[in-house]
Design a protein. Structure first.
Length: 132
């Protein structure tokens, strides 16, 4: 089966004190005078958005009605591990309002298996998934 592109995003980034990031579709247009913590914030936002979509998909697959929209607070840390160099660490605090804790945990775990961002970083960075 051939790959089918569902979505695509293209962003132009300029470095330096007048730096910026602009998406070709106009959704994103922000100043980036410093690369950090902007990079970590942007990655956190992108992963969180994807993760929420994956969680909603997981709920649909499990026939779980979500009485309210799930939310995520995601922290991306840039670490210097000395000889190992720079690495990332992530913590996602996920809220699934109106769903019992065991079901919410199951949905979060399934979402982590489904989310393309989670797949991309699994085994490459330390990840902590918490129920808020």
């Amino acid at each position: 089966m051939a790959d089918k592109i569902l979505f695509s995003g293209t962003t132009h980034v300029k470095g330096g004190k007048d730096g910026y990031a602009r998406s070709t579709n106009g959704v994103l247009d922000i100043a980036l005078p410093q690369p950090h913590p902007a990079a970590e914030n942007l990655f956190a936002a992108a992963w969180s958005a994807c993760f929420i979509g994956a969680l909603e998909l997981a709920a649909s697959q499990k026939k779980v009605t979500l009485p309210a929209s799930p939310e995520a607070d995601t922290t991306i840390d840039l670490l210097n591990r000395g000889a190992d160099g720079f690495v990332l660490r992530a913590r996602l605090d996920i809220s699934v309002p109106g769903v019992d804790r065991d079901t919410a945990r199951e949905l979060v775990d399934l979402a982590h298996k489904v989310c393309p961002y989670s797949k991309a970083v699994e085994g490459n960075i330390d990840i902590e998934l918490n129920l808020a």
